[in-house]
Design a protein around this ligand. Structure first.
Ligand SMILES: Nc1ncnc2c1ncn2[C@@H]1O[C@H](COP(=O)(O)OP(=O)(O)OP(=O)(O)O)[C@@H](O)[C@H]1O
Ligand SMILES: [Mg+2]
Length: 364
């Protein structure tokens, strides 16, 4: 186990700067997910930590050791890549034993450790098989066992599930989380799948264009995105253009082009009167109300339904709030009442957060 501390890291490919003075602290024993769109620099960052790429500037510490210029094999870490990288000609057993031999483990200690790892990844029955005799998920579990066998301080996983189908992905993700629970090895998982990150991580790092955009507890980022990028990437469905106003007793947001004012969760930056902002409202955080009981709720609004789509467990409602499009997800048995209906809905916008509005394209 070890903490990782990254200071002012810069990595350039020719004229292109892939990591822009990046600072990052990864707590000891954490399960950290690095989440960001394709090309934002996730693999570059991981390869710098692994020692497979040399940064142009900055420092990387694993524990108290400055590893920036250290060879990869001296960093005591395990790495798993996107595609299963089992040695195809070796058995499962020998694949896992290989890393131990390389690190000079005593021959007599190796079989017990290999079998312990096989139990951990639930492949005890398969130690004599080769790559051709395993499924993609099993091969990836061998690689995880091989990475963990020498008791690394740090486990680096670069999209380890992306070559697998959806069901296997879910299974192996649960297993990786369980392995972390048992070993407490500091784990860094790179992914561009927000639900994967939210499922397993206790620390979430959002990256965009070579920079860290937001870092913290996954639930906190999910509930309180702080930029338009974070809001969009973590799946906020509604960004409504508003202006900061004061109703005499409190600061509120007035929906542009209407008189409608919304209460917001106290933002972590100072709002100034007249400032243009986005109100962020997740489609799942909008509750459809019985108009008779609406009075006890905050932020009660009427929306005009435009279209409904059954998406399985919920109904997705496209509607208009004061002529601005808004999306609402309705779950539970209530959802069936909404199908084939075009009328006014009374709703409570139960969790409204705010991010600054800049001259920036918004992905909706
Ligand atoms: N060897 C290289 N030479 C030049 N540019 C590179 C090289 N490797 C990566 N890049 C560029 O650096 C940027 C970051 O690449 P990186 O592979 O770190 O992204 P990523 O976040 O891992 O993306 P993905 O989710 O697609 O794997 C990209 O714009 C990429 O095109
Ligand atoms: Mg990558």
């Amino acid at each position: 186990m070890a903490r990782v501390n990254i200071q002012q890291l810069i990595k350039r490919y020719g004229n292109f700067t892939a990591l822009k003075q990046l600072d990052l602290e990864i707590p000891d024993g954490s399960f950290t997910a690095i989440l960001g769109p394709s090309g934002c620099g996730k693999t570059t960052l991981l390869r710098c930590v692994a020692g497979l790429l040399m940064p142009d500037e900055g420092h990387i510490f694993i524990g108290d050791l400055d590893v920036t210029r250290l060879e990869p094999f001296r960093r005591n870490l395990g790495m798993v890549f996107q595609r299963p990288s089992m040695f195809p000609h070796m058995t499962v057993f020998n694949n896992i034993a290989w890393g131990l031999k390389l690190r000079g483990w005593a021959k007599a200690d190796i079989p017990a450790r290999v079998r312990e790892m096989l139990r951990l990844v639930r492949l005890s029955e398969m130690e004599n098989r080769t790559y051709q005799q395993l499924s993609g998920g099993q091969a990836q579990r061998v690689v995880i066992a091989r990475a963990l066998a020498p008791k690394p301080d740090l486990l680096l996983l670069d999209e380890p599930l992306s070559a697998l189908d959806a069901k296997l992905r879910e299974e192996l993700l649960t297993e990786i989380a369980e392995i972390h629970r048992q070993t407490r090895c500091t784990t860094l998982l790179v992914t561009h799948d927000q639900s994967e990150a939210l499922t397993v991580a206790d620390n979430l790092v959002l990256m965009n264009e070579g920079e860290i955009v937001q870092q913290g507890a996954p639930l906190d980022i999910y509930r309180n995105p702080q930029t338009v990028f974070s809001a969009n990437f973590i799946g906020t469905n509604n960004l409504l253009p508003c202006t900061v106003v004061d109703n005499g007793t409190q600061t509120q947001l007035r929906l542009d082009g209407s008189d409608l004012c919304l209460n917001v969760i106290t933002p972590r930056f100072a709002l100034t009167l007249g400032q243009p902002v986005w109100a962020c409202i997740r489609a799942d955080d909008i509750d459809v109300l019985d108009p008779a009981t609406a009075a006890v709720h905050k932020n009660v609004v009427n929306v005009e339904m435009v279209r409904t789509t059954l998406t399985g467990g919920s109904v997705s409602v496209e509607a208009k709030l004061a002529n601005i499009p808004i999306r609402i997800n309705v779950g539970g048995s209530q959802r069936f009442n909404l199908l084939d209906n075009t009328h006014t809905l009374t709703c409570a916008l139960s969790h409204v957060t705010v991010v600054a509005r800049e001259a920036q394209a918004v992905r909706q």
